[in-house]
Ligand binder design. Sequence first.
Ligand code: AMP
Length: 605
Amino acid sequence: MIIGIDLGTTNSLVAYMDGDHCRVIPGPDGRATVPSIVGFLDNGMLVGDPAREHLVRSPSRTVYSVKRFMGKALADVADELKYFPYTLQEKGGVIRIQIGDTLYSPPQVSATILKELKRRAEAHLGEDITKAVITVPAYFNDSQRQATKDAGRIAGLDVLRILNEPTAASLAYGLQQRTRGFIAVYDLGGGTFDISILKLKDGIFEVLATNGNTHLGGDDFDRRMVEVVVQDMNTRHGVRVEESQELMQTIRLEAEKTKRRLSDERQVHMAISLSDGKGIYERTWSRDEFEALIVDLVEQTMASCRLAMKDAEVEPGQIDEVVLVGGSTRIPFIHDRVRALFGKTPHCDLNPDEVVALGAAVQAGILAGDNKDMLLLDVTPLSLGIETMGGVMNAIIRRNTTIPTSAREMFTTSVEGQTSVDIHILQGERDLVKDNRSLARFQLKVPPLPAGGPRIEVTFLIDANGMLNVTAADIRTGQSQSVVVKPSYGLTDDEVENMIRESFQFAQQDVQARQVIEARVEAESIVTSTELALQRGMDLIGREEVQTIQQAVAELRAAKNQNDHRVIRSKIADVEHVTHHLAEVLMDATLKEALENKKLSEVRD
Ligand code: AMP
């Protein structure tokens, strides 16, 4: 059994495939959502609802919204700090949350939530669970995805796939069964808003664009209502709400409750009792009034949708399916605005709080082999490429490219009369071949031609299962050779992480080494071609000029082995400078020859 997990900013859920149906797993209280909150006690931790209560009592020892810190450095979240009462530190380039004297990494805190979900699933299904699919926002970068995987590992879960939340929502509605189309996923939760534009082709989802606001959601609607009530209480009852934390908290809860009821009723009565014999505060809210209060916030989300469509280069009319995600999309006004914008009735039959977890379960079912005819996107963890002259790696498919994918590049030979080319396939982020991983090598036969003559097309294709197929073809002869390898075979996550880390660590050193090698390769070819030109043009230029050129070539040959690419480059420039005249003379001679040949053939005709 593989479970599907929606690890959310405010709430998390776990779901699984029960035959053909995906189902969320409820907790002991019957509710499926676990608030993504972790409370730290002296002798343990609280997760979910108990931690929410702990938040009120001990805010500095309760962590919420940890998802915002996943895979980030302290500098990345400078703007967020004002929202959080707890202390953040940095260690090893990673944020740590300080609780008392102990530092916790965000994956550690997230792992506590995952463990709770794992425990629920095990209790419900009556078996040990060790494998999961976890969802992340489509805009999460590689380190945020990696941090999510790490959290899974800490919780004792093998994370088989990190799935994009909008893709999960589309899967929950079975949209993969369409052959092709554009999908808009509008996700408005309690604290965040995301819009994603997906392209579906042959059962494969591709994220074309995302937009949103990481601090916009249902909480802001509550806050607007709270402001009205606070103002009202002051003018009507002379109550200064700011002075009572408790009253403030009651208003917040009542506002949220009223907001929810306004999704079903056109009018809702609100009553809050005031302490100190000040009576009861009463107010009737109409749906129209509520809509007027939030219209500007809703319009902001519409503007984001338009920007995302612009980035994805699609018009609203081209969107085939619209999916609603997140509790706030239950608000009828939002539903209507989304329908008006895209000109389509959005999918909203499933519980918008559960739809991402349900989709994660669908993906888990596919991975478990329940549905074999479906392909789904993954990304390449490391770059793939081939070796070129001088031991340099030339990347053809970059790290983090969504698969399936293919890319092709043209290459040529560097040696006169070469009869075969060596295709050496590499994986890794470093510039030099020796620092990367060798995956396979093969040879392609080519007819002997001058250096630079053959045109060899190298194609890399990664299929949906991550298999890499490399083909090299000689464009002139049509001859080709290919090989199939599994790039991820035998690589642990740690090794992948290590390779990426090293590529950053050695970046500067690598660039220098590459520049030296490239300059040497160029120097080599200039020495050879200049000597050839000199043989042909010896009699057409003066003795002194011949000597100058020979001298410059000798200096370039000597400089070639230096480790400073600038020295080599300057000698290359010298040779180019002194051979300028020779090149012109040879060009004239060639032209003259060609003209004479033409005349001859005209006479013969
Ligand atoms: P989520 O993060 O998806 O759990 O979204 C929670 C947000 O949805 C909170 O701001 C809730 O107040 C809001 N929400 C839940 N149900 C409703 C509803 N029926 N009407 C309006 N907002 C709702």
